[in-house]
Design a protein around this ligand. Structure first.
Ligand SMILES: [Mg+2]
Length: 256
C-alpha cells in the first residue's frame, strides 16, 4: 500500500469516544462503519478473477452482468448467480468446494498482487481516527481473507485503525441483512442512529439502512440507485470528517 504518515490508534482509554456534534447540535457522530472490498480497498478485481477462473473450469464464461450482481454478496449468493449465469447445477458439496476454491484463489491474488486503497479512503480513515471517532470494519469476506487486508492496512498506517472488525463468517446473517452492522454497533456500544456506514454495494447499503444508520454510498463495480437515507458520492476523495458529521447530524436516514 502507498504509505504516507503513520497514524496512532485511538487510545482504548478514550472509549466510548467524544461526541462530534454537527452545526445544528443534533444527532452526534459516534462511529464510522466501513465496508472493506470496493469501499476501503481495491480487491474486487481479485474476486472477479477468481470467479472467472472457476467459471472457466465449469465450462463457461461469467458475464459482466452476472459479475456485477455478485458484488457485496455472500459467497453462497455469488455462486448461485454464477451457476445461473452458466446454466450449471451444483450440489452442496460442489458449492462448498467452489467457495473454497474462489476464496483460496482470491487470497493468492491478494498476496501476489498487492492491495491498494480506494481513492480517498486512507485519508478519511486517518481523519476519523485522529478525531477520536470510533471505527469498525464490517465485511462479508471471511476472517482468514480479511486478515490479509487488515495486515496490509495495519502495516501502512502503523497501527490497527479499527476498534472492532466483523467478518462474514462471524455473524448469523450476511449483508443485506443488518446483522453485521448491528454486531458492530453492539461491540462498539453505540446507537446505530449515531453512525455513518460507508458502502459500495447495493447489499451493503441495504444492510446499513436496515440497521438504522446513515449511509454513504461510493459505487465501485456496481451502480447504486438513489434511495431514501442514502447519500451518494463518486469517491471518498476530498471527503472530510465534517462531511460525515453533517451526514449523521442531518439524519438523512430520517428522510424515509
Ligand atoms: Mg464492498
Amino acid at each position: 500500500m502507498n504509505g504516507r504518515t503513520p497514524v496512532s490508534p485511538t487510545p482504548r482509554s478514550a472509549r466510548p469516544g467524544p461526541l462530534h456534534r454537527g452545526r445544528r447540535g443534533g444527532a452526534a457522530l459516534r462511529a464510522v462503519l466501513f465496508d472493506m472490498d470496493g469501499t476501503l480497498v481495491e480487491t474486487e478485481q481479485y474476486w472477479g478473477l477468481a470467479m472467472s477462473a472457476l467459471a472457466h473450469d465449469l465450462g463457461g464464461t461469467m458475464s459482466a452482468a452476472a459479475r456485477e450482481r455478485t458484488v457485496g454478496t455472500s459467497m453462497r449468493v455469488a455462486m448461485g448467480i454464477l451457476y445461473a449465469d452458466l446454466g450449471v447445477e451444483r450440489d452442496e458439496a460442489g458449492l462448498q468446494a467452489d467457495i473454497c476454491r474462489v476464496e483460496e484463489r482470491t487470497g493468492e491474488l491478494m498476496t501476489a498482487g498487492g492491495i491498494d486503497w480506494r481513492p480517498g479512503a486512507r485519508d478519511l480513515l486517518v481523519a476519523v481516527r485522529r478525531a477520536g471517532v470510533r471505527t469498525a470494519l464490517v465485511t462479508t469476506t471471511p476472517r482468514r481473507l480479511a486478515a490479509l487486508v487488515l495486515a496490509r492496512i495495519t502495516d501502512d498506517l502503523g497501527a490497527d485503525p479499527f476498534d472492532t472488525t466483523v467478518c462474514g463468517d462471524e455473524v448469523p446473517a450476511r449483508k443485506p441483512d443488518p446483522a453485521p452492522y448491528l454486531a458492530a454497533t453492539a461491540a462498539l456500544g453505540v446507537d446505530p442512529a449515531a453512525c455513518v456506514v460507508i458502502e459500495d454495494s447495493h447489499a451493503g447499503v441495504t444492510a446499513g439502512l436496515a440497521a438504522g444508520a446513515a449511509v454513504l454510498g461510493v459505487p465501485s463495480l456496481q451502480p447504486l440507485e438513489p434511495r431514501a437515507g442514502l447519500v451518494l458520492r463518486p469517491t471518498l476523495a476530498g471527503l472530510t470528517l465534517d462531511d460525515l458529521v453533517r451526514l449523521a447530524d442531518e439524519g438523512v436516514r430520517s428522510a424515509v
